[in-house]
Design a protein. Structure first.
Length: 253
């Protein structure tokens, strides 16, 4: 009887301790998104994820989407003809206004080579990153993260058509030659152009813990999502495992 009494006392104490423990509050989802725009960015790099995130925002209270640029002047995308750029985006804030953000997305395109050597843009990314919950890049936007030192020692991926050039621009990065997107801590990087949509879907699934909403957004957009981060037929097409194929086309991404 004494043994049973002792066991009862121990069990009661354990239950009391357990009851006193409270579950940690769920981590709040990042609500304030910004896209860094610079001249000759690739539209789909930015608009693809933005279209999916816009649908998510309709179903997520207080979620906001913003465009950040050097000035408040409209920023031209890379599609152009003899008369100049065909599409432009109007900024919401300038980099000097330094708006409060949870996530910053950096697109790629021919303009990322210019942004790579733009001290104001690189400094903005450097000073903003510590204040963010997450930072992301699409396509060659990864080279901006590399120049800012954010990818040093980190795993990342980028556009496969421009693979050799991108790898050379970030020698301290653990580049992943075959990946649709890569996550290393709070850094998300995607492969080229349309891969940004897959990354945005994965982000909503993992960080927002809402695959149902991510799938709904994709179905509204009528886009087939690749949910496997290792799905990457383009690494074979562009021979990235052998260091990349030197570009012979005049177009660069």
């Amino acid at each position: 009887m004494q043994l049973l009494h002792s066991l009862a006392v121990v069990l009661t104490g354990a239950l009391a301790i357990s009851a006193g423990k409270t579950k940690p509050a769920p981590k709040p989802v990042p609500l304030k998104w910004g896209v860094l725009a610079f001249p000759r960015y690739v539209g789909l790099d930015a608009y693809g994820p933005l279209e999916l995130l816009n649908i998510v925002a309709f179903n997520t209270p207080n979620m906001t989407l913003s465009i950040i640029a050097e000035t408040m002047d409209p920023v031209p995308a890379h599609i152009s003809n003899s008369a100049g750029a065909l599409t432009w985006v109007k900024p919401t804030y300038t980099i000097d206004q330094d708006p409060e953000l949870d996530v910053l997305l950096i697109p790629g395109g021919p303009g990322s080579r210019v942004a790579y050597n733009n001290t104001r843009i690189i400094d903005y990314v450097k000073r903003t990153y510590p204040k963010l919950k997450y930072i992301t890049s699409v396509c060659t936007g990864a080279q901006v993260l590399a120049k800012a030192g954010i990818l040093n020692g980190k795993k990342a991926t980028t556009n496969k058509f421009s693979w050799a050039e991108m790898v050379a621009s970030g020698p301290g990065v653990k580049w992943q030659p075959c990946a649709r997107w890569v996550v290393d801590g709070n850094i998300w990087t995607s492969s080229g152009v349309a891969a940004g949509i897959d990354m945005a879907h994965a982000f909503v699934t993992k960080v927002y813990k809402n695959e149902t909403l991510a799938d709904r957004a994709a179905n509204i957009l009528e886009v087939e999502i690749h949910k496997d981060p290792h799905w990457d037929p383009f690494c074979k097409i562009w021979n990235t495992t052998a260091g990349g194929t030197p570009m012979t086309m005049t177009m660069s991404m």
